[in-house]
Design a protein around this ligand. Structure first.
Ligand SMILES: [Zn+2]
Length: 470
């Protein structure tokens, strides 16, 4: 099937989704030598029987928030295994977070991981955020100018917030002058010391120490207040709040945007689809865990518990919240307050999770299940398909500005190298340790079926992933 410089491909009678054009419908695509040469929208009798519930072709996804564990913890993930997982999940661009060991706080670490990406042979585009502070210690600004020169797409101390408010203020101004966003993990750490699970009914019943909503809300408020101050001096300042998990934080962000502040945000699939009743052992989607008035139901009274409690696979930072908060996160994706769905892919070794709940490493391996979780919301009529794809493509591209080769043209663009994902919504697949290409097998979805098996991912005109039997 390969000729010349790249692969050839023809897909007829599929459902095309082109969020850049705000369009979806029946169509066909042709790829020649890796170039998307024809995108044909079908109508009338030609379109008969083609619907959005079958084979879908969409632009390749962009993840703003991926943890690769190289350098420092290659047992959990390497650059190569992370890129393979990305392609399996339909992602053609990912942004690595800088909390490696050593941290990506100076150019040599950036050069090292980009070298690993080249050596992997993967066509998936690897971008990276640089650390805000030296060693992510929160005290002294990293060499932000040098990091910008080598090509970082933003700055973040993720894993932690930027601890000091004056340092955060200086970082916003400096990054703004460089044309880059600060990607903030909003957590007031003084309120989360020894915290284990979302502060609420489930944590109380399980005897876990509470992780308050206020820890996120106060950090979001601090960040927005400082942003409002900084933009007066540095109009280029931009703030991106990542993995927002609570309704009140989203309310505050909505208000800030209405007032014109340059703030964007993302939510994760686990925060919009899972709630803290998963810690108790429930495995129902968040929208199934609220009653008709939107109030979280009692998982014990409902008989919703199907797994053992205290599974460390659901220990994550920020924690899985009450179902009302999860539904608010999903609503934010649907109405656009959340610009992007970001995975916060956080692979861990088995040993780092095989401990008691409160001592377990935080995070979920998420690149390969993000699409399936989003489609669960689509199937439940909680999220339009076009909007889900937009939040995986155009939305994150907007946050990145022109820093990806595809930003601004995240669509099915004729004449460009093919950068797309093909998935079949009629096919379900079972999440197993063998099915996941990531070294991180830490997901509470193990054993569950997800819709939308990825058949093919093409990045930069090359095949990044192809299902074995496709
Ligand atoms: Zn984080």
């Amino acid at each position: 099937m390969t000729t010349g410089g790249g692969p050839d491909l023809e897909i007829s009678r599929a459902w095309l989704v082109d969020p850049a054009a705000g369009r979806e419908g029946p169509g066909e695509i042709v790829v020649r030598d890796g170039i998307l040469t024809a995108v044909t929208w079908l109508s009338g009798a030609d379109a008969d029987g083609i619907g959005p519930e079958g084979v879908v072709v969409a632009p390749g996804f962009i993840d703003l928030h991926t943890h690769l564990r190289e350098p420092g913890n290659e047992d959990a993930e390497t650059v190569a295994s992370g890129l393979a997982a990305a392609a399996h999940g339909g992602f053609t661009t990912i942004c690595a977070m800088p909390n490696t060991s050593p941290a990506l706080d100076e150019p040599s670490v950036y050069v090292r991981i980009m070298g690993a990406a080249d050596a992997s042979g993967s066509p998936v585009e690897l971008l990276a955020h640089g650390a805000v502070t030296v060693g992510r210690a929160g005290e002294q600004l990293a060499a932000m100018g040098e990091l910008a020169d080598v090509g970082v797409v933003g700055f973040s101390d993720d894993g932690s917030p930027v601890r000091s408010a004056p340092v955060f203020r200086a970082a916003l101004a400096y990054a703004g002058a460089l044309g880059l966003p600060i990607v903030e993990h909003a957590e007031e750490s003084s309120l989360t010391k020894d915290a284990e699970a979302n502060d609420g009914y489930v944590a109380t019943v399980l005897g876990l120490r509470g992780w308050p909503v206020a820890a996120e809300l106060t950090a979001v408020a601090r960040a927005l207040a400082i942003l409002g101050d900084v933009v007066l001096d540095e109009p280029g300042a931009r703030l991106h709040l990542t993995h927002v998990s609570t309704a009140v934080s989203l309310d505050l962000i909505r208000l800030a945007r209405e007032r014109g502040l340059p703030v964007t945000c993302d939510v994760t699939p686990h925060h919009f689809a899972m709630s803290d009743d998963w810690v108790a052992g429930a495995r129902r989607w968040a929208w199934e865990a609220v009653d008709g008035t939107g109030i979280a139901r009692d998982p014990w009274a409902d008989g919703a518990l199907v797994a053992p409690p205290y599974s460390t696979s659901v220990r994550v930072n920020p924690p899985l919240r009450a179902a009302e908060d999860a539904v608010a996160c999903l609503t934010a994706v649907a109405d656009g307050v959340a610009d992007a769905i970001a995975t916060d892919h956080a692979p861990h070794t088995e040993v780092d999770k095989a401990v008691e709940f409160g001592a377990a490493a935080t995070g979920i391996s998420g690149l390969e299940t993000a699409l399936g979780v989003a489609l669960a919301a689509v199937d439940a009529d909680r999220l339009p398909l076009l909007r889900a794809i937009e939040a995986l493509t155009v939305g994150p591209a907007r946050v990145l500005g022109d820093r990806t080769r595809r930003a601004g043209s995240v669509g099915l663009v004729e004449g460009a190298p093919a950068d797309l994902v093909v998935f079949d919504r009629t096919e379900r697949w079972t999440v197993t340790t063998d099915a996941l290409l990531s070294r991180g097998k830490n997901t509470p979805l193990l054993g569950m079926d997800l819709a939308g098996r990825v058949l093919l991912t093409m990045a930069a005109g090359r095949i990044a992933y192809e299902a074995p039997d496709a």
